[in-house]
Design a protein around this ligand. Sequence first.
Ligand SMILES: O=C(O)CCC(=O)C(=O)O
Length: 340
Amino acid sequence: MVDNIPVMAHHLSFDQIETFNEDGFLAVESLLDDDDLVPLEQEYAEVLDEVSLRLFSEGAISSPYEELTFGERYCRLLGESPELHRFFNVSLPLSNTPEKPKNFCMHAGPAAFSLLRNPKLLDVVESILGPEVYSNPVQQVRMKPPLRMLSKENAEHSNVGVTTWHQDTVALMPEAEATQMLTVWVAMTDATEQNGCLKSIAGSHHQGQVTHCPGKQIAAEMYIPEAIIGDRKAVSLPLNRGGIVLFDKHNFHCAGANRSSDLRWSFDLRYNRTGQPTGRPAFPGFVARSRAHPESELQDAAAWKRLWDEARDNILSGRYTDPIFEQKRWDDNSKVAICA
Ligand SMILES: O=C(O)CCC(=O)C(=O)O
């Protein structure tokens, strides 16, 4: 801090902010490095070890595949246990009544919490949202095996397969209509055309909220129909490991299939201005940065995990009765033709 002006080493430049405002997205290369990413890779390797040994001891998989690399092992195990990805996600599933409570799970480890509070990410977020930043719980890990290794259902599940064209607002409950929310997508592995990097349509956010159609196989995978995309040209966003992409909440974006032979891994995190509704009240957020009240920032990884454990208990016990997620974008007859 110099004379109360915060020093933000990774603040976006004026030109970058202008580009973001014009296009509705912005790629920032090489923001994160090994110091940021290796602790996450180590934590995820431990989770994979723990989960695979447990599933093996329960007879749910044929081998824990300890001899394989992290990526090979995850991909092989997901083939045998299609809901394995849930143990790695940084959010609970979007269901009030999960069929299998054992798989109503997530990962809330200290390295994941450190990613949410990473000062480089928060400098970038502060450039767009201002100094009071809240970690919005609409966040996902995407660990995507090569398409050929996926079941039909998983091929259409955006945590592991393709991601259809959408705006991020579609994930929010109506309470967050006016919330200023920013998506920060983080490349844990290189993202290429071949392994299904992001694609976006520049300027699409100026259109505001558009119709989304119901997911064809998986309800949560709502998509913007062709009739709305039209012949606008998509821009591919390949990025090296450690790069990030920012999205305005109304930007149209998607991600293709992984046609490589390796795992493609990313996180997508969201932040909003503190005090505004998150759009996912069933799940916990926290103050990630506050220039006015730094004492309000959550700095304790164990406390963050406890918040998620409580949310899980509240849902599984039926104490949380409001819908976690609403498939609200197609409850309207005018959409029937456009979605057909
Ligand atoms: O990585 C992906 O496949 C999709 C990410 C995405 O849609 C998002 O960040 O909103």
